[in-house]
Design a protein around this ligand. Structure first.
Ligand SMILES: CCCCCCCC(=O)SCCNC(=O)CCNC(=O)[C@H](O)C(C)(C)COP(=O)(O)OP(=O)(O)OC[C@H]1O[C@@H](n2cnc3c(N)ncnc32)[C@H](O)[C@@H]1OP(=O)(O)O
Length: 227
């Protein structure tokens, strides 16, 4: 059973440390899920507060996250991209409804636009070997963290072309980890990135990865999410 966070964390986000979705313009009222819920452990809440405090000077910002991409776009934009009659793509990391069971995460984007950090708690549905997170779950976490960074760099749709991961230590189920990603170089449509997944005290390096993302035309299938 996870310890739940206090109301203070939600209040801190509501008071401007996160970017509120333009709900007044939306046909739906999406719920921003990158905020504490009853499934967040005490460690997850504590780290989230630490990252929010760090973001208070504007050097980082928390990126809101919804169950489906495009949910938060104004209706007029939804009509332009043709999703008004059907829901936007479901975000894989948000596919488990039960709080704390799957991925609980919040991604922060550095003001440079070239760095992302994902604070993530890996729930019991992500188990592979008994007591440890599945390697595919770690890959998903890394792909989304570097993907968000690539999206910020490209300011356009991107797709994963290559992802190379070294798994260095098993991640216990329920652990809170930080995936730290940065752009290494940008050549035309190609964005090269790196990522390190560590525990919150930076004692253990669980995984390191390199990735190549390609900027794609809007007519190509969109990525799983957008900023
Ligand atoms: C919040 C956001 C989170 C998003 C995270 C989730 C993102 C995803 O998981 S996306 C899903 C997984 N990825 C896919 O399904 C992609 C499948 N692949 C494709 O669709 C295409 O191969 C695609 C789009 C990557 C590239 O195709 P295309 O746009 O035609 O590029 P193409 O012209 O072939 O190549 C462009 C350049 O990239 C290079 N390149 C392309 N693919 C690769 C590759 N796998 N390895 C190395 N280089 C590559 C090419 O060599 C070329 O280089 P240069 O310009 O120097 O000659």
């Amino acid at each position: 059973m996870w310890r739940s966070c206090g109301a203070g964390a939600r209040a801190a986000v509501a008071h401007g440390l996160g970017r509120a979705p333009p709900t007044a313009l939306c046909s739906v009222s999406p719920q921003d899920l990158a905020v504490p819920n009853t499934g967040w452990s005490a460690a997850m809440c504590e780290q989230f507060q630490r990252l929010l405090r760090r973001a208070a000077d504007g050097s980082w910002r928390r990126i809101p996250s919804y169950r489906r991409g495009l949910d938060y776009l104004p209706e007029v934009v939804q009509m332009a991209v043709g999703v008004v009659t059907r829901p936007g793509p479901r975000l894989f990391l948000r596919s488990v409804d039960e709080e704390g069971a799957g991925f609980e995460y919040a991604i922060f984007l550095h003001a440079s636009g070239h760095r992302t950090q994902c604070l993530c708690q890996l729930g019991p549905y992500l188990e592979g070997h008994h007591g440890f997170a599945h390697g595919g779950a770690i890959a998903t976490l890394i792909d989304s963290t570097v993907g968000t960074c690539a999206l910020a760099v490209a300011k356009a749709s991107v797709m994963t072309a290559k992802l190379s991961i070294s798994y260095l230590a098993p991640v216990p189920v329920g652990a809170v980890v930080v995936a730290d990603s940065r752009m290494e170089r940008h050549e035309g449509r190609k964005i090269f990135l790196s990522c390190h997944v560590r525990d919150t005290k930076r004692d253990t390096l669980y995984a390191e990865a390199t990735a190549l993302f390609i900027q794609v035309e809007d007519t190509k299938p969109p990525p799983a999410a957008s900023l």
